[in-house]
Write a protein that binds this ligand. Sequence first.
Ligand SMILES: [Mg+2]
Length: 275
Amino acid sequence: MRRTRAGSRPPRMIVFDLDDTLAPSKSPVDPSVAVLLYRLLGRASVCIISGGRFEQFRDQVLAALPTTPRLLNLHVMPTCGTRYHRWDGAQWALEYAEDLDADQKQRAVAVLSEGADVLGLSRAHTWGPVLEDRGSQITFSALGQQAPVGEKRAWDPTGSKREQLRRYAAERLPDLEVRSGGSTSVDVTRAGIDKAYGIRRLCERNGLQLSDLLFVGDRLDPGGNDYPVRALGVECVAVTGWEDTRAWVAGLLARLPVLPEAEDIPSEPAVTGSL
Ligand SMILES: [Mg+2]
């Protein structure tokens, strides 16, 4: 179900979730979505926030956008806003990173590898490293970071192995957050980090109020990873997937005037595919 803005005042910034809102999970955006997003950047400030790493933003969305000054209107918040990137005219510069400290990382790595051994989850053969330091997050991937999707799906179809390791680590890392992530992974981050955290940081950095934002996400239901944003009181639009978002953005574009500074940027590429 969608909620519409009560007033006619347009939002100062439109914030999108990434996976299953702008793009299929872990996959690039459809070219038509890239075009609509680029058009939107000529009309409004846009933020994309996700639990994923910057590299996922780059591969899924940023690489598909033309590099013009319009990118100055895009705010990129990987790992739920513990990192913040802005376009500086040449690259996606890191504005800040709130990483785990050395002691937190060391304890997370020790507990996860010990837990995997104790619970019999360690494997002789893996595809790439099992433990990865992502700066703001330590990730355990049972089969390795590059494991084939089929192998990953078959490893823990009920989620019970991940849950055992999650519980083992959570008991031993009470000051940190331990979550089961993808189909074979358990993530350790600082406690209290969710999209609401990132949204508050976004407002602080840009002098915005929560009422200046409009958030678009596919998991606004209680228990969904977008729900903390709704709980914070931000105006939200619920979508059912990227095609639904595409239709919503197309409708929004018709209502927003082009920003003066975007008018002189020529040649908006044509939208391919049906809307
Ligand atoms: Mg999502």
